[in-house]
Design a protein around this ligand. Sequence first.
Ligand SMILES: C[S@@+](CC[C@H](N)C(=O)[O-])C[C@H]1O[C@@H](n2cnc3c(N)ncnc32)[C@H](O)[C@@H]1O
Length: 278
Amino acid sequence: MTDHNHHHDGGNAHGNHHGDGLAEMLDLDAKILGAYLDGVTQWAAELRPSPAAIVDVGAGSGAGTLALAGRFPGAGVIALDKSPDMLARTLEAARSLGMAGRVRTLEADLDADWPALGGADLIWASSSLHELADPEQALRAMFSALAPGGLLLVIEMDGLPQFLPDGFHGGLESRLHTALAGLGWNAHPDWQPALERAGFAAVERRAFPSKARPTPELASRFARTFLGRIGPALEGAAAPEDLAALAGLLADHSAGSMLDGGTLEIRGNRTAWAAFRP
Ligand SMILES: C[S@@+](CC[C@H](N)C(=O)[O-])C[C@H]1O[C@@H](n2cnc3c(N)ncnc32)[C@H](O)[C@@H]1O
């Protein structure tokens, strides 16, 4: 997909607007599909051991910031986001883990201006690059913000998280995802050519598949939070019978119902790109 620039206002893997459950969504995602946090930070440690200065671009509620601070106990991590609410959550979570001394937050709208970040050893951009108005410019800014030898990790979801069995309602979830893709949700290309155009070298790409069967309570919360956000977004953009099936699913709280019965397998694969500033 190459027209991601047209969609930056359209949405992301988790929904469109802050203040309507996005932070809870991100926390549930990290808790349930967060195996990538371990995998990608491990990969980062192999490629760039002991970074001192780390920046998490589009930190959200702090999943990456906390994983990085945990993986690299000698590092300071700057969590950068345009949302003060997200940053407050990140700081609160860092505090509760005893990491607040090493985590700093920085509020900035990267579509307006890039703050001076110079000399970072590691930059992490997870599910955020595709949200920026001009990702190519953002990659150039990240290149400048890295010290020579510094490492950038870009992470994206391969698709939207999946909750329903494949054949459910003849493929309801995949039709909903196709409709959401039409609205620009999670639209991102293979970042490799853009990374190389920005000057990055030794670009490598790895897949981080994730499947989880969390407790019924957690599974149900994640499914209901995510699926509850897509119905309103798809009004007029998905078949009415599919929206009705989704509404029916959300309304059914009976014992053993699809969303409360404890049988959900949640899938959410990610891809990460690693790239060096030479
Ligand atoms: C989908 S969330 C991902 C959060 C986190 N990195 C994660 O993986 O859980 C994207 C984040 O990017 C932030 N963001 C989007 N556009 C931005 C911009 N122009 N400047 C700064 N942050 C931005 C949003 O506020 C949001 O917190």
